[in-house]
Design a protein around this ligand. Structure first.
Ligand code: SAM
Length: 280
């Protein structure tokens, strides 16, 4: 194992006071900084008087640049990876680089700091014990609806990133798929001057954003409270549908066992429902 290191360094998501002293020291000390956008990160480095040279590593050149970075590490020099804001790899480039650098036998060391989704969740007052981060919802309306539909029964809190020009469409899709009453929160412009949290039912949050143009500006984290946990004792419309389809081809025992696996409803409940259907 070589001694040189690729540091994965989190940077602020708005407020420059969130830059950690360790991040600053490491960005000063490495031989090279691999940045998503060198012009953007140039402003951050200038603010902290960091003069380390940079190269651009983004989604379109990550594979080419990884070779250069591995050569630098092989010479015994350290490299740092940063993105425009927050933690690299989290809806940002870097995964391929990190994987390849590890596979090449070098150490990869995280230097933690800001991450918008964790920052949002930490103060939103929405359940935070179990959550799933889903990145950006698809931009195309039908794909977005499909994506949300696949998550409608998810019991963990769902976290998404969203841009200002799609926040209303996404909230409308949330109302359509998760229902107007599903508790939702949006965190806007975290750590910045106009930081805002809006909480309420999906319909209420949509109404607040639609009625106030200021609430559509900036960067967003969308949080959707999970669906209530099923205890498996109730037969819902989906379980009935699945059971009916399976009963066309299978025995009562097989259909109820398979339906239980697919829907999470208890086998006993499905077995009884299947028997009732056969007797009708
Ligand atoms: N890697 C970053 C992180 O650790 O959070 C995320 C990068 S992703 C390309 C950018 C998205 O993160 C924005 O479109 C927005 O959804 C969210 N985001 C970043 N900064 C934010 C902020 N200050 N307030 C709210 N959301 C933010």
């Amino acid at each position: 194992m070589s001694e040189s290191v690729l540091y994965v360094v989190a940077t602020p998501i708005g407020n420059l006071e969130d830059m950690t002293p360790r991040a600053q020291r490491i960005l000063e000390s490495v031989a090279l900084i691999a940045a998503e956008d060198t012009r953007h990160s140039g402003r951050l480095l200038a603010h902290f008087s960091i003069k380390t040279p940079m190269i651009a590593v983004h989604d379109h050149n990550e594979r080419q640049q990884q070779q250069k970075i591995i050569e630098i590490l092989a010479k015994g020099d350290d490299v740092a990876l940063i993105s425009d804001a927050g933690t690299p790899l989290i809806s940002d480039p870097g995964f391929i680089l990190v994987r390849e650098v590890r596979e090449a036998g070098f150490r990869v060391v995280p230097v933690p700091g800001c991450c918008a989704m964790i920052t949002a969740l930490s103060a939103a007052g929405i359940p935070s014990d179990r959550f799933a981060f889903e990145g950006f919802p698809p931009a195309k309306p039908q794909q977005r609806l499909n994506c949300f539909s696949g998550l409608a029964q998810e019991s963990r809190t769902l976290l998404f990133y969203e841009s200002p020009h799609r926040i209303i469409d996404s909230l409308k899709a949330v109302v359509e798929v998760f229902g107007a009453e599903r508790p939702v929160a949006i965190a806007r412009e975290l750590t910045k001057t106009f930081e805002t949290f809006l909480n309420g039912s999906a319909a209420e949050v949509l109404e607040k954003v639609e009625s106030d143009p200021n609430q559509r500006k900036g960067e967003f984290v969308l949080m959707i409270q999970g669906a209530p946990e099923k205890d498996g004792s109730a037969l819902d419309a989906r379980a009935e549908e699945v059971l009916d389809i399976l009963l066309e081809e299978l025995s009562v025992k097989q259909a109820s066992a398979l339906a239980a696996k697919i829907t999470g409803v208890k086998k006993k409940v499905l077995y009884q429902a299947a028997l009732d259907r056969k007797q009708d």
